[in-house]
Design a protein. Structure first.
Length: 117
């Protein structure tokens, strides 16, 4: 599975941004798709994930009620709608895919999100 993340940019605090993660290749093997982020000097952290078949979402507490993960099966694309952005959301955001019974093994290249105060 190949992943292409896009949609990052510079936004003011309180503003929205939508990230996209387009998958290609063996998309039939996708079981769950997740978004992670890594800020400078910090470890990568989990943001949200969605079950590919059912669309059931799950969020980290830090983004719950502000971020929304969704998917378009026809386009093999997962979205991360980010609202009410805060400066602490600044990071490189990565999407990743896990196959059934496995950890996340396929990663996109990352897209930079910068939130100015």
């Amino acid at each position: 599975v190949q992943l292409q993340a896009s949609g990052g940019g510079l936004v003011q605090a309180g503003g929205p941004l939508r990230l996209s993660c387009a998958a290609s290749g063996r998309t039939s093997s996708m079981y769950r798709v997740g978004w992670f982020r890594q800020a400078p000097g910090k470890q990568r952290e989990f943001v949200a994930r969605i079950w590919w078949s059912s669309g059931s979402p799950y969020y980290a507490d830090s983004v719950k009620d502000r971020f929304t993960i969704s998917r378009d099966n026809a386009k093999n694309t997962v979205y991360l709608q980010m609202d009410s952005l805060k400066p602490e959301d600044t990071a490189v955001y990565y999407c990743a895919v896990a196959q059934r019974y496995e950890e996340y093994g396929y990663w996109g290249q990352g897209t930079q999100v910068t939130v100015s105060s």
